[in-house]
Design a protein around this ligand. Structure first.
Ligand code: SAH
Ligand code: SF4
Ligand code: F3S
Length: 469
């Protein structure tokens, strides 16, 4: 058993990160068995799940989407807010019943939650039916852990606080044949005072540019149309590895590979350089869409959050991006109810949202995370006030989303058609500016970039039809 330790997770060592190549020499293999994976949280978890799927398939499991057919269920968890926790604990309750009916069912828990010391302890003490627990740093050990579990039939908790290395060459089973997630860096060193991620994902570690470029070249050769470069703070790419090679240089090199669409998330405003803006503006295959979390419009709250920019600096950056990148769309994240947020602080957030008219905003109520700086802050604001503030903010961000969509009405835009949407039998896809478009059409359109005329607009999506002219 190896439990995580928060004291260790907080520390940042100067120890050099080694880059290890994955190879599996565990002799463990199953036949006629199915796995099901449940993924919560951000794109990083979605991509980790693609690795977990491939690892499970490498030892013989087949994927199922029917929970009652599964011989092994993996829950890949998120720790960002309390409601993410609650969803996972709710699901664990369901799985307990399944396990009572099928004692051979193997339940695995991984992702960001087990990286939290108190969660791993809770699983050890109260959730004995969770068989294998591993963290974000040792996904590659899954075949070994499975072998160990099937031999001993004892709960395994194997979670490391200190990020070890960058593991290259993990197998991957991608969810899409057209769009691919590419990690360009792991971890985060920003330590915003509300955020658990620097604890659950460890210190910032960039991948070697050669490894990233080779992966993308191979994807292009396999017919992929879109790549999204992933990191908690992609703008800081390379700082831990190179003296001058940075995100602007990486974007330039990725662009030259010639893949049709390049995206990246997430950008922290602090590291956003002019050089980057120029590169995004220059290359047509770098999509004009930027997710630029502001978090708050109050300078005093921004300072307490440790975001290291002022609202004025954010506005300058926002305007520069709007001016230089033609047709760009910008979305954001906003937290309301940070401890002791005053009416005036909240007004400042509303005022900046009115002024900047974001294309989209993901809004959250502050959630206390164990071990973060904000965890210990006294808070004079009650939950009812926070909920009220969230509702007022949401109304405003929805208005600006709808307003932004108005300029698309009657226009013809490029849409990468991804498949049929779950709720109706319409096709869905995204514009270069990341607007969701629904349209009628046949399956032969899937996986292609098509000209689509926008016929109707909504707050969260656009309706369109194929424009054959
Ligand atoms: N690395 C990204 C954010 C990743 S987390 C960035 O810095 O931009 C995604 C979003 O969740 C954050 O932007 C923030 O708005 C929200 N978030 C993070 N921690 C939170 C907390 N403790 N309570 C509420 N929202 C939080
Ligand atoms: Fe969290 Fe801040 Fe890092 Fe984003 S930049 S992951 S909000 S600590
Ligand atoms: Fe959640 Fe971990 Fe991502 S906490 S948001 S899954 S990095």
């Amino acid at each position: 058993m190896h439990l995580p330790n928060l004291q260790e997770a907080r520390s940042r060592t100067k120890k050099e990160v080694s880059i290890n190549r994955y190879s599996c020499n565990i002799e463990y293999y199953v036949t006629n068995k199915n796995y099901l994976i449940l993924t919560y949280g951000c794109q990083m978890n979605v991509h980790d799940s693609e690795n977990i799927k491939a690892l499970l398939e490498s030892v013989g499991y087949n994927e199922t989407t029917n929970i009652s057919d599964a011989d092994i269920i993996v829950i890949n968890t998120c720790a960002i807010r309390e409601n993410a926790h609650n969803k996972v604990f709710g699901m664990l309750g369901r799985l307990k019943k399944l396990k009572e009916n099928n004692p051979n069912l193997i339940i695995c828990m991984c992702g960001c939650m087990p990286q939290e010391e108190h969660i791993s302890l809770e699983i050890r003490d109260k959730y004995k039916y969770v068989d294998i627990v591993f963290g974000t740093h040792n996904i590659y050990q899954l075949p070994q852990l499975l072998k160990e579990y099937t031999t001993n039939q004892k709960q395994i908790i194997e979670v490391y606080s200190i990020e070890g290395n960058v593991i290259e060459g993990l197998p991957v089973k991608r969810d899409s044949q057209y769009k691919a997630w590419i990690n360009i860096m792991y971890g985060c060193d920003k330590f915003c005072t509300y955020c658990i991620v620097p604890f659950t994902r460890g210190k910032q570690r960039s991948r070697l540019k050669e490894d990233i470029l080779n992966e993308i070249t191979a994807l292009k050769n396999d017919g992929y149309i879109e790549v999204t470069l992933l990191g908690q703070n992609v703008n800081a790419y390379g700082k831990d590895l190179y003296s001058s090679y940075n995100l602007a240089a990486l974007l330039t090199d990725v662009s030259k590979i010639g893949i049709k669409r390049i995206r990246f998330v997430t950008s922290h405003p602090w590291d956003f350089t002019d050089e980057m803006i120029d590169v995004i503006a220059k290359y047509d295959n770098i999509m004009p869409y930027i997710h630029l979390p502001i978090q708050s419009g109050s300078n005093s709250i921004l300072k307490k959050m440790g975001r290291r920019y002022t609202k004025e600096e954010y506005i300058v950056l926002f305007n520069k991006i709007k001016q230089k990148i033609k047709n760009v769309s910008i979305s954001t994240d906003i937290i309301v109810g940070f401890p002791n947020e005053t009416d005036k602080d909240f007004e400042d957030t509303l005022s900046i949202v009115k002024q900047l008219q974001f294309d989209l905003a993901y809004t959250f109520i502050f959630s206390k995370r164990v071990s973060t700086v904000a965890y210990t802050l006294e808070d004079s604001v009650d939950l009812a006030t926070k909920k009220q503030r969230l509702a007022i903010l949401n109304k405003l961000v929805n208005e600006s989303a709808l307003n932004n969509n108005k300029k698309y009405l009657g226009k013809t835009v490029d849409v990468l058609i991804e498949g049929y949407s779950a709720k109706d039998n319409k096709l869905m896809g995204y514009t270069d500016t990341m607007k969701l478009v629904n349209l009628k059409g046949g399956a032969s359109l899937i996986g292609k970039i098509k000209k689509v005329k926008i016929t109707n607009i909504k707050t969260w999506s656009l309706d369109g039809e194929i424009d054959d002219r």
